[in-house]
Design a protein around this ligand. Structure first.
Ligand code: FAS
Ligand code: PHB
Length: 383
């Protein structure tokens, strides 16, 4: 087989890249090790930046998003007996939208199906060859047949554990692990809040998010090696009520349908290009989810790369030559913001650290410039 762009990984980055290239008449082939159902069912991000929403709308992916997405003006920041709303629209004129990554993935898969763009699911033994000259990708397809795709370009959209990043010789890597993790909870209960609550608490961070008017999403700070078997539904609701509670407010409870422990790390690998191999999304960088940046940063990489590759296929290599440097400016901005939100909101260290965190929270909710800086980063800098 031959294609212009071979894409490894059919998560949001790979699917969106294939979609954007297809709109420009550039053919691509997607290779995914999981089944489409597995990829669709993975519960991950929940917040779309303003720029992500605009991009999806402008590329024919806005119908369900506009019908089912919930636009939020801002978030609530909280510490014991203090809950403050930050109104992003008042502060910077941009909002965010609650629309789960599972829904974005469904929309992207439907668009790919409609366009008839080829994708191989349940593949194995994906190997990249000759990425600096005449790239090709070999793999075993779902029927056990050995296959090879010759391509002008290979793009690694294969996440943190994929093979593409390891095809970049001697990369420079930055990594920070955190002394805590998130226990993620999905529950069939109407949200007890209009917009997301990020709560600092002496027992640990808690967040109240949501997926729809009938489904709530919660996170609890736990230890990195937490045994999820120690977290009964009752214990989860007790901890959430304590950490999210303020006077005059009640947390509604309901059936918990999913719970999992999510590791927290910051990770950046450079460069994001090596010859005719490009990296996008989690294949190149990981951020702690506190800043709601992971999915949105993958979208930003892919929007940039689709424009650059389109120009290159039309004879102008200036954007692909600048891709890694340009993408990494936003990667480091989002890495800093995600680290800052994580460090401010998660209980760690000693009481001195706690006083610093509480001071930062008070500053952020009482100083308009400080609130605007959080709003600008959270709602997303223009793509
Ligand atoms: P993805 O990891 O989504 O997709 C990579 C794809 O490549 C996968 O489908 C994988 O199966 C495939 N792949 C891997 N190796 C392969 C191989 N050898 N051959 C073929 N295919 C291969 N972000 C937020 O903003 N908020 C959150 O709450 C949040 N929660 C998260 C929870 C978890 C458990 C994880 C892991 C991430 C979370 N994220 C969150 C971040 C997440 O949303 C990512 O940023 C987003 O999925 C990035 O998309 P991709 O770059 O496409 O990577
Ligand atoms: C989510 O709803 O999954 C979510 C929202 C905001 C975050 C992280 C996760 O910062």
């Amino acid at each position: 087989m031959r294609t212009q762009v071979a894409i490894v990984g059919a998560g949001p980055a790979g699917l969106l890249l294939s979609h954007l290239l297809g709109l420009e008449g550039i053919d691509s082939v997607l290779l995914e090790r999981q089944t489409a159902e597995y990829v669709q069912a993975r519960i991950r991000a929940g917040i779309l930046e303003a720029g992500t929403v605009e991009l999806l709308r402008n590329t024919g992916l806005g119908d369900r998003l506009d019908a089912e997405g919930m636009e939020h003006r801002g978030i609530h920041l909280q510490w014991p007996e203090n809950r403050h709303h930050l109104d992003f629209v008042d502060l910077i004129g941009r909002s965010v939208t609650v629309y789960g990554q599972t829904e974005v993935t469904k929309d992207l898969m439907a668009a790919r199906e409609k366009a008839g763009r080829p994708a191989f699911y349940s593949v194995s033994d994906v190997t990249l060859h000759d990425v600096t000259e005449q790239p090709s990708v070999s793999f075993v397809d779902a029927d056990g047949r050995a296959q090879r795709i010759d391509a002008d370009v290979v793009v690694g959209c294969d996440g943190f554990h994929g093979p593409s990043r390891t095809s970049v010789p001697s990369p420079q890597v930055w990594e920070r692990t955190y002394p805590f993790a998130w226990l993620g909870v999905l529950a069939d209960v109407a949200p007890s809040t209009d917009e997301l609550i990020y709560a600092w608490h002496p027992d640990g961070f808690a967040m109240h998010s949501m997926r729809s008017p009938r489904v709530s999403r919660f996170y609890l700070q736990v230890t990195p090696d937490e045994d999820i078997a120690q977290w009964s539904d009752d214990r989860i609701w007790t901890a959430l009520s304590a950490r999210l509670g303020v006077a005059g407010w009640t947390l509604e409870t309901g059936p918990i349908t999913e719970k999992s422990v999510l590791p927290m790390r910051s990770f950046v690998s450079t460069p994001m290009r090596h010859g005719n191999l490009y990296l996008a999304g989690d294949a190149a960088h990981i951020v702690p989810p506190t800043g709601a940046k992971g999915l949105n940063l993958a979208v930003a990489d892919v929007a940039l790369l689709a424009t650059a590759l389109t120009a290159s296929f039309r004879g102008d290599d200036s954007l692909v030559d600048a891709y890694s440097e340009t993408a990494l400016r936003r990667v480091w901005r989002c890495t800093h913001f995600s680290w800052w939100m994580t460090s401010m909101l998660h209980r760690h260290g000693d009481d001195f650290d706690a006083q610093l965190q509480l001071s930062q929270l008070r500053r952020t909710v009482t100083s308009e410039p400080a609130a605007r800086e959080l709003a600008d980063n959270y709602a997303g800098l223009p793509l």
